[in-house]
Structures are given as C-alpha cells and as structure tokens.
Design a protein around this ligand. Structure first.
Ligand SMILES: CC(C)(COP(=O)(O)OP(=O)(O)OC[C@H]1O[C@@H](n2cnc3c(N)ncnc32)[C@H](O)[C@@H]1OP(=O)(O)O)[C@@H](O)C(=O)NCCC(=O)NCCS
Length: 260
C-alpha cells in the first residue's frame, strides 16, 4: 500500500477538520429519514451551504483523501458526504476512528463489518450506514425530479421494454423516469462490492414498482454479464420538495458471488 493510500485509508475527515471547523455548529449535520429504509439504517445529512459558510473561504487542498483536481464545489460535496458517513457510522455504533476511504472507482470503502452509501444533491450530502450482512450492501440515491426533455433521454438510455408498463402505472411521467434512473444508480452502488465494474443500465431491470406504497425492487436481467453474480435488491422511494429519494438493500439469498 502506498503512503498516500495509507494516509487516505487511515484518516477520518472529521479528525482532520478538528480545530478548523465547528462540527457541532447548528444546522450543519442532522439525522434524517429522507430515504425510506428501516430504522436500523442510520441516516445523516450535511447542509452543504452551511458547510461552505463555516469554511469561510479556507483553502481545502491540504485535506487528506479528497479526489484529485476537484473543484471547490466538488471538495465541499465530498467533505459533506464523508462527514455525514462518519457521523452515521458513529451513531450506528462503529468505531469512531474507523475511516471511510475512497476506492479506485470512487466507491466508499466502509470499515470492516459495516456498509453504507452516499448521495448528494446541489444543497445536501446524504449518507446511510448499517452493519454489513453480506458482500453486497446498500445503495441510496437522491435526484431532482427531471423535466420532460430529460425524461425522454432517460427512457431512451436507461429503460428496458418490460419496465415501461410498470412506469406507466405510476402515472406521473417525470417522476417515473427519475425513479427509473435513480433506482438503477442506487442499485449500482448497492452491488458494486460484487461487480467491481461498471454495470450498464440495460443489464438491470426495475422488476417491481408499487405506486401505492413506493416499494421497488431491482434485479439483473438474463442478458447481464453478471448472471448469477448480482442479487436482487429491494427498497422504496419517496418524493419530497421535488427530490426523489430511493434506497435499496441487497437480498443475499438471490445471488452474491464475486465477479471474477
Ligand atoms: C457512481 C454513480 C452511481 C454516482 O451517482 P450520481 O447520481 O452521479 O452521484 P451521487 O451524488 O448520487 O453519488 C455520488 C457518490 O456515490 C458513491 N460512489 C461513487 N462510485 C461508487 C461505486 N462504484 N460504488 C458505490 N458507490 C459509489 C460515492 O460515495 C460518491 O460520493 P463521493 O465521491 O463524494 O464519496 C454514477 O456517477 C455512475 O457512475 N453511474 C454509472 C453506473 C450506473 O449507474 N449504472 C446503472 C445500472 S446498474
């Protein structure tokens, strides 16, 4: 392991920020239930505008673990996600010194025995943390509900034929397209520890969508190169103030071998 990698893997941002940022400042970090996941999944949100205000123009380039050549906005987004993840892990009972490193494909590397997921909007960074119950984990995604032009793009790029009747039953076309995209992004995050590779949108399918309860399930299609590798994932979505929040948890009984 290189020195840089050791530094990244061994450093928690909230420790690196001690003395530079009042992490207990009102309105910075808060518990949330934005994602419809069970109560044993701890969710924390960072207010990114508050974070930027608190930094008050400080240069952030020396902080450990930041993605290289990141813009200021991306630095704030990344720090916000890590702070939320570290707070969520601590609230869930993990060792408060255990870091959430950044893997070579951008994936968060959770401490042994724990898993979680991170998502951002322009104004907030969200994280969920929970005990790991298998190699695949949990995936969350928050997306602004798209307009009708983006809806057409999503349907042409991300949809497979069998999903269309399900999406139509939801009725609200822009929300349905946002859900399709967002659920597949959440699925990718959830199963990345198994896939360790890019998963194409047509390799997975929104297999269930209950408009009444918001419950959804995503699973690999028979066409996937990950056949027998990737599990089904179940979860739910909700929409609040124009943002769609979806959370998925892998069902280890439906697959879960590492992709060689
Ligand atoms: C990685 C990806 C899913 C991120 O989604 P996004 O909507 O652009 O961004 P979000 O803010 O919701 O999520 C970003 C966070 O996802 C996490 N993430 C990035 N790559 C990841 C991976 N391979 N596995 C798990 N989580 C990952 C990171 O924590 C990242 O935040 P950070 O860099 O600040 O730590 C997306 O950019 C991507 O590459 N998608 C292509 C693959 C895909 O979605 N396939 C769909 C069919 S399964």
């Amino acid at each position: 392991m290189s020195t840089t990698r050791m530094l990244v893997a061994g450093t928690r941002l909230h420790l690196a920020l001690a003395g530079r940022l009042p992490l207990d400042a009102p309105g910075l970090l808060a518990s949330t239930r934005a994602f419809p996941l069970g109560p044993d999944r701890v969710q924390v949100v960072t207010d990114l505008r508050r974070l930027e205000d608190l930094f008050d123009g400080q240069c952030l380039d020396d902080l450990p673990g930041l993605p290289s050549r990141a813009s200021r906005r991306r630095q704030i987004e990344f720090i916000g996600g890590r702070l939320a993840a570290e707070r969520a892990l601590a609230r869930a009972g993990a060792n408060p010194e255990a870091p959430v490193a950044r893997g070579s494909r951008g994936q968060p590397e959770w401490p042994a025995g724990w898993t979680g997921s991170i998502s951002h909007t322009a104004s907030h960074a969200y994280a969920v943390a929970t005990r790991a119950s298998g190699p695949a984990g949990i995936g969350i995604d928050a997306e602004v509900v798209v307009d009708s032009r983006t809806r057409a793009d999503i349907l042409s790029i991300c949809a497979v034929a069998e999903e269309l009747p399900r999406l139509e039953r939801l009725g609200r076309e822009n929300e349905a397209a946002t859900l399709l995209f967002s659920a597949k992004e959440a699925y990718y995050k959830c199963v990345f520890p198994l896939a360790r590779d890019f998963v194409e949108f047509d390799e997975v399918v929104l297999a269930e969508l209950d408009p009444a309860t918001g419950r959804v399930a995503v699973e690999p299609t028979p066409r996937t190169r990950f056949d027998g590798v990737l599990p089904r994932a179940r979860g739910a979505f909700r929409i609040q103030a124009g943002i769609l929040f979806v959370g998925l948890v892998a069902d280890p009984s439906t697959g879960g071998a590492e992709y060689a």
